[in-house]
Design a protein around this ligand. Structure first.
Ligand SMILES: CC(C)(COP(=O)(O)OP(=O)(O)OC[C@H]1O[C@@H](n2cnc3c(N)ncnc32)[C@H](O)[C@@H]1OP(=O)(O)O)[C@@H](O)C(=O)NCCC(=O)NCCS
Length: 167
């Protein structure tokens, strides 16, 4: 069973481990590699009013984290991000389950109108996850991240509230 709970200081070692796993990081930027970087990041986001950060729990074990970020209550939009750091749990629907939890939080609890997410070009698993949930690609940020020493495009996806409600 997949659930979420608040992320705590005790989870940071796991995040450092995942963010140093080349397989998990294949399509992520170079941020959050060292313990101090992860601690600074956690301290800045844990009480941040525009960020909702959760640990992903699968069969009683933390396997990743998920965030609703850049929460903009004026324009009613926010961004989603997710990392499942235990690669042998990929492909079992955990990502799909957590994505639905985040979408329900964004649209039902926060009353958002637009939810967006950005995926590095080549991260096909993540792209399929978003498309299956009804996201549409709306653009490309060209060469906006350095991944594995190369400037990499980010594909931008979004879903609007009526698309979410009508499926
Ligand atoms: C991208 C990521 C979040 C996807 O998570 P996931 O748990 O593997 O995703 P899912 O299991 O829901 O979907 C993956 C596949 O499993 C399949 N699947 C297996 N069992 C499933 C189930 N019970 N329900 C839904 N899908 C299931 C899906 O059909 C899907 O197949 P497809 O990719 O061939 O279409 C995860 O791989 C990850 O964290 N990667 C590293 C970090 C990263 O890239 N994050 C995203 C940054 S934008």
């Amino acid at each position: 069973m997949t659930t979420i709970r608040d992320l705590t200081e005790d989870d940071l070692d796991a995040i450092v481990r995942w963010r140093n796993d080349a397989h998990v990081n294949r399509y992520l930027s170079n941020q959050l590699r060292s313990q101090p970087e992860v601690e600074v990041w956690f301290n800045s986001v844990k009480t941040h009013p525009k960020i909702w950060l959760k640990a992903i729990i699968d069969n009683d074990q933390i396997v990743g984290y998920a965030a609703v970020e850049s929460i903009d209550t004026i324009n009613r939009k926010c961004e989603l991000a997710m990392v499942i750091g235990v690669a042998d749990r990929w492909g079992r629907g955990i990502g799909a389950t957590v994505l639905q939890v985040m979408l329900a939080y964004a649209f039902d609890t926060l009353g958002m109108h637009r939810v967006w997410a950005a995926v590095a070009r080549g991260n096909d698993r993540s792209e399929r996850l978003l498309r299956r949930a009804g996201f549409r690609q709306e653009g490309i940020m060209r060469e906006t991240l350095i991944i594995q020493d190369e400037f990499t495009d980010l594909l931008c996806f979004s879903i609007l509230e009526d698309e979410y409600r009508t499926g």
